[in-house]
Ligand binder design. Structure first.
Ligand SMILES: [Zn+2]
Length: 281
């Protein structure tokens, strides 16, 4: 007669822990639409891994999202929204080009109304300057309509970290995810630990994905510094992500598991932080 209460008690303990542990990948490129999803899932299956939610964008690699083609950008954003609607676990990530000005802002407003939560813009591949006032106007509006702005931060453009830091300071109501956490210039972001001590400076509106960079950091001479950076930017602000197809999610998870983090930290970074940020629970 005592079995049932014990089983119930176990269920209460076990289910939330398992739910917390589910992987969220906020950085996937679908170069070939649905065929790319099949490839992404096949890689996971072959490695005995799984993902609960992944955020996917249409551009990157061979697919450009340059200025002057707002109609093409809109059509591709709609295709992502349609794909996400029929594919369980997929979140559509939209894009615009900041230099399309009012057109870009109108598209941000439109995709937000269609339920999109993430907007990705990429200074290097889209050939814009993150310090341009049109970028600031765009990210402010994106924040107002509830979009989280994902930006490339691989430090492959000059002063990438500095420009993104100042953009985040100027748009305190917008939440950002800086992809790759500065690449091999990740050390810069330890400044956030000090920015938090400056009165009325930093709104704590910056998250990071550690896609790609985690592969270089794991089991390397810079691993301890990388973990130190994760803790200084805030373990609650760090998200696991793959940057598929350039890097697979299984390879990312394998590298991530080598980092000298606590189990509680791993659970947050693997999916808990993203679930909170994206309102998935
Ligand atoms: Zn990417």
């Amino acid at each position: 007669m005592r079995t049932l209460p014990i089983l119930l008690a176990l269920a209460v303990c076990v289910v939330p822990a398992a739910a917390q542990d589910r992987v969220v990948d906020t950085h996937v490129h679908l170069h070939n639409g649905e065929a790319s999803i099949r490839e992404y899932e096949a890689q996971l299956k072959a490695a005995g891994r799984s993902v609960s939610v992944f955020g996917a964008m249409w551009f990157g690699g061979p697919n450009q999202a340059l200025a002057g083609n707002p109609g093409q950008i809109r059509a591709n954003n709609d295709a992502m929204i349609a794909l996400a609607a029929k594919h369980k676990g997929m979140l559509a990530i939209a894009t615009v080009h900041p230099y399309d000005g009012d057109g870009a802002i109108a598209e941000v407003e439109r995709v937000a109304l269609r339920g999109v939560k993430l907007l990705k813009i990429h200074p290097h591949t889209q050939k814009f300057d993150a310090a341009d006032p049109r970028v600031l106007a765009l990210v402010r509006r994106a924040g107002e309509v509830g979009l989280i702005v994902l930006m490339d931060n691989a430090s492959i453009v000059p002063a990438d970290n500095e420009k993104l830091f100042n953009l985040a300071l100027q748009a305190p109501k917008t939440r950002f995810i800086f992809a790759h956490m500065g690449g091999l210039q990740f050390r810069f972001w330890n400044i956030l630990a000090l920015a938090r001590t400056a009165e009325n400076l930093f709104a704590d509106n910056v998250y990071f994905d550690i896609s790609a960079t985690v592969l270089l950091a794991a089991d390397s001479p810079i691993e301890a510094e990388f973990v130190w950076t994760i803790r200084n930017v805030g373990v609650d602000k760090v998200l696991l992500a793959s940057d598929f197809p350039q890097i697979s999610l299984p390879a990312t998870l394998t590298a991530f598991e080598k980092l000298d983090l606590t189990d509680a930290e791993r659970v947050k970074i693997r999916g808990g932080n993203a679930r909170k940020l994206l309102g998935l629970d």
